[in-house]
Each structure stands twice: as C-alpha cells, then as structure tokens.
Design a protein around this ligand. Structure first.
Ligand SMILES: [Zn+2]
Length: 676
C-alpha cells in the first residue's frame, strides 16, 4: 500500500432535518471515528471533517410540515446533533454547516469554475410542476414507481429500495408529495453535468484500479457503470439553498447533491488555511465514510465534479456500510422507529462506550444487521463486564493488595509466559490490518482477544494461590498482567475511548505510543498505579425493559395511526334504544367450545336468571381468568345457535383499533343492575 503523508477523512454530512440515530452511528460515524482515532494514535497527520447538510428538499419539506422557516429547522437539528456527537466522543476536527457563508462562497465558485470551463450542458426541458402549490417538483417533492425495481415509493432523485439514482421524469405514475396530485409538465432551464463524459475514466478508476473496495460499493458502482451514465441536473427550482451564481438564474439553487460534498471542502477551508495540502496533494489519502444510500453520490457524481474541476484528488476508498435494523424492523425517522442518540445519552449516562462497542460488534459491514436491546445487554454483561472489566479489576486489586500499587519486577519466564507474551504483538498486528482494511468488527474482536488473553492468563496462573509460597513467581505474573492492562489501555482507545481514558488514569499511564502496546515494558518497575475501580458495570433487566417498552409503545402508536375509526352509524330513536335490555351480570362458568379457536361457552348470573352465552373472545381470554368477572350483557338479543350451542344474549365488549377486545364493565353496580 502507498505511504501517505496526510489523511483526509470525511463522514457523510447528516441532514439537519432530524436527530442522529443508531443507524447513522453504526453506518458512518462510529467506524469513521475508530479509523481516525487509530491514525492519530499512530502519529499520522489526519483531519476529520463533518457538518450538517442544511440545504435540500428534506429541510424545506420538514419546515413546511411544521409551519416554520427552514432556518429554524436547521438551527435546531444542527445544535442537537453537534452536541450529541461531542458527548458520544466522535472527534471531528470540525463540525461545520452548509448554510455558512464560506460554504456558499466555495460552492458558488466551484459551480462558476465548471461553468466557465464549459463543463455543463444547458438545457431547457419540461419538468414536473404542481399547479396547486405553484412549485416545480424535484427530488423528494415527487414520488412514484421506480422503473428498475417497481418500488411504488421511489423519490424523484433516488429509489431507496434498489439504490438507483433517478431523474424525476423517470418515475412511473408520478405524484406530487405536496398535494398528492399528478403533476403537469412545465418548461424550465437547468445546468447538467454530463456524467456520460466521465464514464470511461470512472470505469478505469473504479473497476480496474479499485478492486479492493468493499464488495457492496464496488458492486453498486459496477452496476451503474454498466447501465450507462446520463447527464444530471445540478440545479433546482427552489427558494432554499445556494443560489445558482449566474445572471438570469433567479429562483434557482444548486442541487443539494452538488453542494453537499463541496461542504467537505468548505469545512476544511474553515478549519485550516492549509486546506489545499489535504485536497490537492497526491500525498494525501482521502477516505469517505458513508451509508449505502450515498454510494452513487460519492463514487460517481462527486468524483466526476472533482475531475471536471481538475485540481482535486479523488478518494482512495469509500467504505460504505449497509443498513442497521432495530428489533427486526427497518429504522425509520417518520415512524419514530429508532434509538435516538440524544435520548440514549440521557437514558444511559456515561455509557457511551457500550453503545460504541455494540454498534461495532454488530456493524452492518457486509449486510444489513439487527440491533436488539437484549443483545446490547448481553454484550455488555458477558463481554465488557465479564472479560475486559473482570481482568482489569482483578489485576488492579491484586497489584494494590500485594505491592501497594507498585509495579513488581519480572523474574524468570515460564514457557506459558513466553507463549502468552508472544501473542500480544500478533493480536495487535491483526487489529491494525483489520482497521486499515475497514474491517472494524474484526478489529474489535482482536481488541477483545487481547482482553481474553489477559483474563485467561490470570485465571490459569492463579497468583492468589501462590502469594505465600512463591512470591517471586507472583511478581512475574502480576507484571505481565499489568503490562497487558496497559497495552489494552492503548489499543482500546479507538473503540472505547472513555473506558480507555479511565484505564489510563487508573494505571497512571501518561507517556505512551501505539507501538508500545506491542511490548511488555510499558509500565516501569516501581511505577505507581491507583486503587482499583470498575471500568464497566452490568446493565440490569429493568433498564433494557424500559427501552423495549418504549419501542412497543411506538409500535402501538404507529398501528393506531395507520388504522381508521369506523364512521359513526346512523341515528336511532330513543324508543329504539329503550328496547335494549342491558344488565350487569357475573360469569359463573367458562369453557372453550371444542374444535373452535375463538369461542367460549359461558354460564352467567344476570340477577334474574342464569343463562348460557357463547362468546367469541377465546383468543383474548383464558376461561379460568374470567370466572367471577363482572360483565355487561345484552339480554334480549334473539337466542341463536352457534356451533350447535344455544346462546341466550351477548356479552358487550370494546374492540380497540388494533382488534384487541376488553370487557365493558360498570365501576360499582351489583349484578342485575339495569344499563340505561
Ligand atoms: Zn428501485
């Protein structure tokens, strides 16, 4: 692999139209942060760029939905997300925003340069227009059926199901998302980037020179390139965004996917005057961390823009992840089906590392994956607490007990000692290789292998049994355990930065380098460590149950919103109502009607008689649970036979929107009370 002098790492700019959730974190920000922290620890020159994407139609749609100005939306979510990322330990060197002046200037200049070089094709075409909203419809303002996969909910710029990038006019049965009406077509002028012109260079650059890209990224690129690229409009008729910097282009702004990746450049400019060193030097390695829905923009469109401009480098890699699901269901902002970062940080105070750990262990690197709260709890309790935490705690407790916290001398090594020590650099080398190849799950496994190595060594050597009889041997064992602890403090930092810092504090470890972690001489003999404290603590059932309940409530809410109440029935006269004989009663007997799923045979005491009723409630109530229950019964319903059994009346039930039944009951009335 080529040796680079500088590293420029970007993480996809989140849209400032909603908060960050675990899907974003697992897909983009946690792996990017691990990568960057690792490079920093290795002493590399690296900058880590991100910020809010504040232009584009998702913002204007959200503002419209809430009846506020788009600026209010982006201010709100920029603040929430910036703060949440910071608290979560995502170490961007800058978290900028694309509504900044410097970005408007940079994006504008970029467009002008391409315009002056004659890189655009100017075209007047017929575009979709919503007559009732008096607005051109592009991107998310229009939905319809994807011509490639028949997904009925594809947007005007992309189908989220098959990932294909679309033009609004490609959609079958297009509909305005503003009014729901089919749009009309109206003439408008736009600037197009002829992607077809770059097809040969893209083919060579990706398909021949970057075969090492992840299979999902390479595969998507290959599929687009083989379908053939078409010119793509880089402007929109919209009143929110970077204005097209040309005369006669009033009311037109840059397409958000033209200006957003330029946001990486403007954020770098904002960060350092030396920005060209990162963007224009062949000595810089540019890596884009993104989710799979952004592959086309980062591998096809942005590189074409950079080529057209001419002075920028292209990315060396674009490690896109697949999607993370939540409890077997697709994460969705609109359905509130997500674990929101800012809420997690409140509910699990100072437990950032657990989420970082679980999202990495379970990262959707090669396929979609599932997050469950049970798995979250199990990984914490069985891995972080039982292995990593247990090893550290026992080591620190014993070192304090035997040597008042001073690192003891290492004596003669046994074969087992030597074999253990030999594994330390081997594990770390595998960890490095995995990170450098964007295999963060594997890297995390190796980090845990180091903790397992220490935990096993301590359990096998049992120094507590030798303390009295072989004090010299115990010194050697404890020295090795302390060195492995220090090694873990260094190599766990990219994954578990908060716990790594705590461990360094406990070990009083101040001066170290990444390479030190491969040695067993990190802590000098006599070095003073601090008293033991727990690095991790158990997650109790109650805490995860609370989260599961929250999701169940969301699910129920969604079901209610999706079902509709029955319309109110026609009026009846009071006399008609008076004809009903409704009374309270008590259930005396209940049994299932054989060979049926739904039916119970009940014997009830109505106060005036006892009678038999057949009721279709067996799916919701077990017979033994309703004996003795007070119910409300319609007595004068004409008797009828159900499955050969005569039913003399009807128990009144309330049916919820989700089909669930519950008894109608009187608060206080005795049996036989008349309901009127
Ligand atoms: Zn599709």
């Amino acid at each position: 692999m080529k040796d680079y002098k500088h590293h420029l790492v970007t993480a996809a700019l989140p849209y400032a139209n909603g908060p960050i959730h675990i899907g974003h974190l697992a897909g983009v920000y946690v792996p990017a942060d691990i990568y960057v922290r690792y490079l920093r620890l290795k002493g590399e020159d690296v900058i880590f760029i991100c910020g809010s994407d504040e232009n584009g139609i998702p913002i204007t749609l959200k503002a419209r939905e809430e009846g506020v100005h788009p600026q209010d939306i982006v201010d709100r979510y920029h603040d929430i997300n910036k703060k949440a990322f910071e608290q979560f330990g995502i170490t961007f060197d800058i978290y900028s925003r694309t509504s900044n002046k410097i970005h408007y200037q940079t994006a504008s200049d970029f467009f002008k340069k391409l315009y002056e070089k004659g890189e655009f094709v100017e075209q007047t075409t017929e575009q979709f227009f919503d007559e009732s909203a008096q607005q051109f419809l592009a991107d998310r303002y229009i939905s319809g059926t994807c011509p490639h996969c028949s997904n009925e909910n594809a947007y005007g710029d992309q189908c989220e199901r098959c990932g294909t990038s679309l033009n609004a006019t490609d959609l079958i049965n297009p509909k305005s998302t503003l009014s729901g009406n089919p749009p009309i077509k109206k003439k408008t002028k736009h600037w197009y980037l002829p992607l077809d012109k770059y097809e040969p260079v893209l083919k060579k650059w990706i398909l021949e020179e970057h075969k090492e890209w992840k299979a999902n990224v390479y595969g998507q690129c290959k599929s687009w390139l083989s379908q053939g690229l078409h010119p793509r409009a880089v402007s929109r008729d919209l009143d929110w965004g970077v204005p097209v910097p040309l005369e006669g282009a009033e009311g037109k702004v840059l397409y958000v996917w033209f200006d957003a990746p330029i946001g990486y450049i403007s954020a770098t400019k904002e960060l350092t005057d030396d920005w060209e060193k990162y963007w224009k030097s062949k000595d810089t390695k540019l890596v884009h961390f993104i989710g799979k829905d952004n592959i086309v923009f980062h591998c096809i469109i942005f590189p074409s823009m950079l080529r057209a401009e001419g002075s920028f480098i292209l990315p060396e890699n674009v490690p896109a992840n697949e999607f993370l699901n939540l409890e077997n269901d697709k994460i969705s902002t609109s359905r509130n089906w997500a674990v929101w970062l800012h809420e997690y940080l409140e509910d699990f105070e100072n437990k950032q590392d657990i989420l970082r750990y679980v999202l990495t262990a379970n990262a959707p690197e090669t396929k979609d994956n599932d997050f469950t709260w049970k798995d979250f709890q199990a990984r914490n309790n069985n891995e972080l607490v039982a292995v990593f935490g247990n090893f550290i705690n026992r080591t620190l407790v014993l070192a304090n007990k035997y040597y008042k916290g001073h690192v003891p001398e290492m004596g003669e090594l046994t074969e087992y000692d030597t074999a253990t020590i030999k594994q330390i650099p081997e594990i770390i080398t595998r960890l490095e290789h995995a990170i450098e190849h964007y295999k963060f799950r594997e890297a995390l496994k190796e980090m845990m292998n180091l903790a397992r190595l220490g935990n096993k060594y301590l359990a096998d050597t049992e120094p507590w049994k030798l303390a009295k009889t072989k004090p010299e041997r115990v010194k050697t064992i404890m020295n090795i355990c302390l060195q492995i602890s220090a090694s873990l403090a260094i190599v766990s930092e990219p994954f578990l930065p908060f716990s790594a810092q705590k461990l360094k504090d406990l070990l009083n470890l101040k001066q170290y380098s990444w390479e030190d972690a491969k040695t067993i001489s990190i802590l000098a003999v006599g070095h003073q460590i601090k008293k033991a404290e727990f690095l991790f603590s158990k997650i109790e059932d109650q805490a995860v149950q609370k989260q599961i309940d929250k999701l169940l409530a969301t699910k129920k809410q969604n079901e209610m919103e999706n079902s509709t109440h029955e319309a109110v029935k026609e009026n009846i006269s009071f006399d008609d109502f008076q004809k009903l004989d409704i009374r309270t009663a008590t259930v005396l007997e209940a049994e299932k009607v054989r060979k049926t799923k739904k039916l119970l045979r009940l014997k009830i005491d109505t106060g005036v008689d006892t009678r038999q009723i057949v009721s279709g409630i067996a799916e919701f109530f077990a017979p033994e649970d309703i004996i003795g229950k007070k119910v409300v019964v319609l007595l004068n319903l004409e008797p009828r036979k159900i499955r050969g059994i005569e039913s003399q009346g009807m128990i009144l039930m309330a049916e919820d929107l989700d089909g669930k039944l519950s008894f109608v009951q009187s608060e206080k009335a005795n049996k036989g009370a008349l309901v009127k």
